[in-house]
Structure formats: C-alpha cells, structure tokens
Write a protein that binds this ligand. Sequence first.
Ligand SMILES: [Zn+2]
Length: 201
Amino acid sequence: MPSIGVRINAPKTECIAINVTSPVVTEATAKKERIQVVWDDDSYEGWLIDWSAHPQFISQAAYDLLDFGQFNGSPPTHLIIYDDGEMTPVFRKRGGWLVDIDGDKHRVRRLGFVEAIDSSKNQFRCSKCQSVFPSNISLQAHIRSKWCRARSELNIAQQRSLRKPRVRAAVRFGQLPEKIEPISIHTIDGVICKQLLRFVT
Ligand SMILES: [Zn+2]
C-alpha cells in the first residue's frame, strides 16, 4: 500500500475536529437542577439528576427491574425525581425534550438552582435562599443583588428568567467548565496546529 504524506505549514493550517466528546459526568461530579416537565394534563416539577448518580437513589434490586428499551439502546441520561416522589429514568434529547422509561415524550424546562449531588461540593450556598454558587465572588454578588429570594417565592417564569443570567455569569467568570474537551492536533513533526475555531458535534 502506498502511503501519502502532505507537508503543511502547521502554524498556518486550519483544522476541524469532529466527534469531540464532552467530559464524562461521574457519580462524584453529578449535579441536579430544578425542572418543570410538561404532560398532557398538567406540568410537574422536580429535580433532573445526572444519571451517573442513580446508585444513590435506585437500589440494585429496583435497577434490575428497569427496562431501557425505549431509549434505543442508549443508557438513560438523567433520573427525574418529581416533587411527589415519583422517579423515572429519562433520556434527554436536544431542544428541550425528553423520553421517559415508558417511552412518553415530554417537554422539559430547566429552572436553575443547580447543585452538586455530593453536598460537600456545595460550599457556596446562600444561607438565606439556599441557592448554590460556584464561587464566593458570585455568592457575594448574589447577596448584594435583588435576586436573593427563596425558590418558593419565585414562580416558574421568574425561576426561568433567573437561570440564564446566572449560567452566563458563571461561564463568563470561568467558574463553569466548558462542555467541550480541548484537544490539540500535532503534525507528524510534532508541531501543534493553530486552532481557529471549535466545533462540537
Ligand atoms: Zn440568596
């Protein structure tokens, strides 16, 4: 088999990476977030929990009875625990939809109030409203703001409108990990190609 080589000027070469994977969420880094799930009859609230934390909520005996056939061979992405105590593994799709273990599709709205499942990681919690922040700086900024209000005092629309600025602020200050895995591409000579754009599939 002949082999073909291309000599390139590495610092001036553009490249695109495909199939870049997101960092894996482990049981130790699992988080939960408040959500509202829309059913035909009504909307229900609860917690959306990273699936990696499921052993803390589902016993092995209960797990063995679960059938993930509705998820087309993929493992669940999350566990929902509704406020009435109902639990269901779900597969979250893009665009605000999820499929539950019965195969029912529901719209899901994220309401914020993200915190780690491992409570020792929630160091920056507001003592007044119980919201968790990624750093002391953002906690102090929150305390000074007019938005220190308990979740029970906020309606769904207020919870939703509060979520976005908090997420944006955390990303801006580098307090949330970007959901991509940085990679570098080397030429055969070991020179690192210059990165111009990032694509995540
Ligand atoms: Zn507060």
